[in-house]
Structures are given as C-alpha cells and as structure tokens.
Design a binder for this molecule. Sequence first.
Ligand code: PLP
Length: 408
Amino acid sequence: MSSALPEHGAPWSDLEARMQDLAKGDVKWRDGRTGMYIFNAGEDVARVKKAAYAMFSEENGLGPAAFPSLAQMEREVVAAGMSLLNAPPGAAGAMSSGGTDSIFLAVKTARDHARAKRGMTGALNIVAPSTVHPAFDKACMVMDIEIRRIPVKDYLADVTAMEAAIDAGTLMIVGSAPCFPFGLIDPIEALGELAERKKVWLHVDACVGAYIAPFVRMNGADLPPFDFAVPGVWSISGDLHKYGYASKGASTVFFRTEALREFMTFDAGPWPLGRMITPSLAGTRPGGAIAAAWAVMNHLGVAGYKQKQGEVVAARETIEAGVKRLGFQIFGKPQLGIVSFAHPDVDALRIYAQMHKRGWFTAALVEPRALHLMLSPKHNEVAGEYLADLEAALREVTDEQFAPRYAG
Ligand SMILES: *Cc1c(COP(=O)(O)O)cnc(C)c1O
C-alpha cells in the first residue's frame, strides 16, 4: 500500500467498495459480537442518527451565532440530561466530544474554581477509588495534579479510606455511577456527605450510567441516589455516545450552578482576531455529533429509552443466570449494563482467548482477572449464543487445564 496521497481522485462508488472491503476484517458488531466499543440499539435508531449526522456534518458548533440550530439542539440536549439527573434550578451544562473530554472539563472547572474561590494556590490532588476511569489520570497529567487512587472495598469506593487520603490540597473527590470495571455504583450518598463535611468538590463520573440509570429506575429498579439529588455532588459527566445511543463524539458535563460552570470557560488570546472565548476546550465542534444526539433523544423519548434500557437489563439478567449456572462468580450486584465475572477454578483470560477465537470481542479485567461485558439492547437477541459459546470455551479450557500431561 502506498502512503502518498493518490495523484488522481476516485469516485465514491470505488471508495465505498474499498471501504466495505476494509471493514471485512472488523469485528462482527452488527451481529452483537462485541461487548465493548459499540452500543447497538438497532437499525431504527441507527438510521435516525446517521441521517441527522449527515444533515449537519458541515455545520460547526464553534459558531452558535452562525448556527442557532446547533445552539438550540445543544441547549435542549443539556436540558434533557439535567432533568434526568435531578439537577436543581440554576444548574448548567455543556456538550463535549466524549467522556474523557467531559472529565477534563470538570477537573479544569474545579481547579479554576478552587484557585479563585477556595484560595487553593498550592499543589493539588484528586482522591478517587481505584476503579475510576484513567481519564482522570490523563487530566491530572495535563494539569499537574496528583491522583490518589484508593483501593476499593467489596469493589466499591471505600469512603473511610478516601477520607483518610483527603488533605488541604484535595481539589476533588470522585465516585463512579457506575464504574467501568465492575459496573457498580459507588456509594455516592456517603461520598456526598464526606464532600460536604470536608468542603471538597464531588464529581460523579456517570459517563456510562447517566443515560441508562434514570430509565432503569423508572422501570422499577431500586437504584441508590447517584446524581444531583445528593447535595454534595457538584458536577457529573454523562456520555451520549454510550447508553444515549448517539453517534460517537457526544458527551455532556453538568454543574450544580451556573456560577460553577463559568470556571469552565476559556478566555484566550488576544491574537489578531481579538480574544477567543469558548465554553469548552474545543474550537471546531462537529455539528453532526450534536444533531445526532438531539435526533436520537427526540426519536426515543422517555418511552423509547425505557424500552431499550429494559432490554439491556434483560440481557444482563439472562447472562448473569447463565454464567452462574456455569460456575462463574459475579463481582458485586450490577444493576445497569455492565457485568464482570470470573471462575474460581479456571483462568478468565484463557476463557477470554477462547471466546475471542469464537468471534466475541469484549473487554477483560487483569486485576482481578475477569471477563467483562458492556451490554446493548442487541445482546438480548444473542445472549443465548454467547452462553453456548462460553460453555464450550469453558469446557475447552477445563479439558486442557486438567488433561494428564504425558512426558516424552
Ligand atoms: C467510557 C468512560 C469514560 C471515558 O469516555 P470516552 O468517551 O471513552 O472518552 C469515562 N468514565 C467511564 C466510567 C466510562 O465508562
């Protein structure tokens, strides 16, 4: 393959064929064979987001005055998110390009607020459970903040140990709703109480929970409080491109008050065009990602999300029952779309390799070793296939593991 730009261009029909050919090596996600990267809510939702993305693929969210359409859609998406997360009157938020972006923005906002309002001019740290997403480490690397990862207790944030790690330089404490590794909701109420007592910022990372948990609760599940209903929560990150089923490049970040959100603003320059004032880190922002998120939200509505998230929960329950029958043990009591499990007698990573051979592309945990699934509505259709393959994989690994070894 030549790496130079072709001298002459090719028509779309050629390119389309070549791209279809390239995609042949990709995982069969349309068949539900992925337990990561993809959130498959079906053809109908896919059609809506693609059409909406294409419709606004040239427009730029950097220019709200030029594109009041995008500004309006973003306001409506943010307002919908805030209503789902029990935001009080006066709360504020914004769209970003993804969970990592939203977490960066929350940390930056907390830092600038701490410097301006809390007199914190020295070295800063963030106290977080060990299960928190590495996006926090990245934010801390860039902003020269220390991250203190505190070992979890029963796979959940250990509030007592976190309290012991807080000092005068603690900018923020974090809880996840849920954490990615185990799919479990940290004790946000207890963290909120701690944050209020210590007068530190509590961020809830609901990147993978914000757009599923409210509907699972509406469907009748008894979820602990995890959002702005907890008084100590000052900011929340929630990804639209996960369980919001939006196109990739769409997340939200929310703050308890507009006064807090103001510290997110970048006022940069001047350069020859004067000052550049942006609400978030991005300059150019893809209109397509904003439009697709808006369209999917308005296409599904509360009833549509309740249905889709009900299917995710049903898939998880089927898989939980199946893996337990096979002797696996589940970490904690997941209530949303992520579940992790391991077998007491068999190395999870060897089973993982067997499942990979059978076409399943999922995440795995290395500490502790475990299989990990992030489920979509589509998995409700293929849970049986997954369990059948898992049974075969388990048998294969067990046979290998316990087969007598003959020397010579
Ligand atoms: C996915 C995820 C993130 C990061 O989001 P990206 O969109 O991949 O940048 C952060 N936190 C949690 C809990 C996540 O699941």
